[in-house]
Design a protein around this ligand. Sequence first.
Ligand SMILES: [Fe+2]
Ligand SMILES: [Fe+2]
Length: 289
Amino acid sequence: MDKENRLKQIAGYINKMPSLPISVTKVIEICNDPRTSPADLNRVIRVDPVLMGNVMKLINSAYYGLSDQVTSLVRAIIMLGINTVKNLSLSTAILGTLSTKDQFQALNMDGFWRHSLCVGAAAKLIARHIKVDQKNLENYFIAGLLHDIGKIPLNNKLPGEYLQAISISDRKHQSLVKSETEAMEINHTESGHLIVHSWKLGEEIKDAVVYHHSPESYEGKNKEIVYAIAAANYFSNYFEIGFSGDRYPEKPQEFIFTELGVTVDWFEGIEETVNEEINKAKIFLNMKK
Ligand SMILES: [Fe+2]
Ligand SMILES: [Fe+2]
């Protein structure tokens, strides 16, 4: 298959990908307003039975270990916190609409989402560390969650070629992004670009998705988030939290870590918190490991 044909196939797949449910877009929008109260959030969530069910399921899960069942949605939102509700509604919407077990071909889905959640949680902790404005914190989580989203169309639409890319990586001990270009003439940062563009998720998230494997060459105005996602991705691979097909990832250049003021020791310190965040999300996503 030639490059043009391949691109057409991938673009076609992306066009057919479901967009985010309106209720989730609304949740994100109102959570971005610092004056939002649990009552405001309640008004949006209560009209979406799936979303509401998920919030109730989470607060009443073993993870929170409450002795009495919570039955009021507002109470659940207050107890979980606005940000948790927002993160989890977005994660469920994205993961729920995009992936079912049989769609996934070359990559293992649980490992992939675990990796994505890890990068989201770690990126948000980096954002706190570098004192990013409170209202921008969630963008870091979302960018981390979505950074490898471009692997989905490659893996699902062209699974044979994707397996080939993975085996090139194994044979040559080189990063998956490089092997994708070799095997398919398109890599997951390019297909990811198409997806975040069609979802209208904004410049910050787009730049993070496009440049997470080449932060050194980024020259736009969103350096902080691009560097944070590159570093969080490295952290996730280094500590092997989840697996996104990259056995030989390239380490970003040292200045990326220096600019953020993070080291391997610092990452070790956040590992437990990151795992807690993943565990919360797992309740929603029915992940096994
Ligand atoms: Fe990646
Ligand atoms: Fe990644």
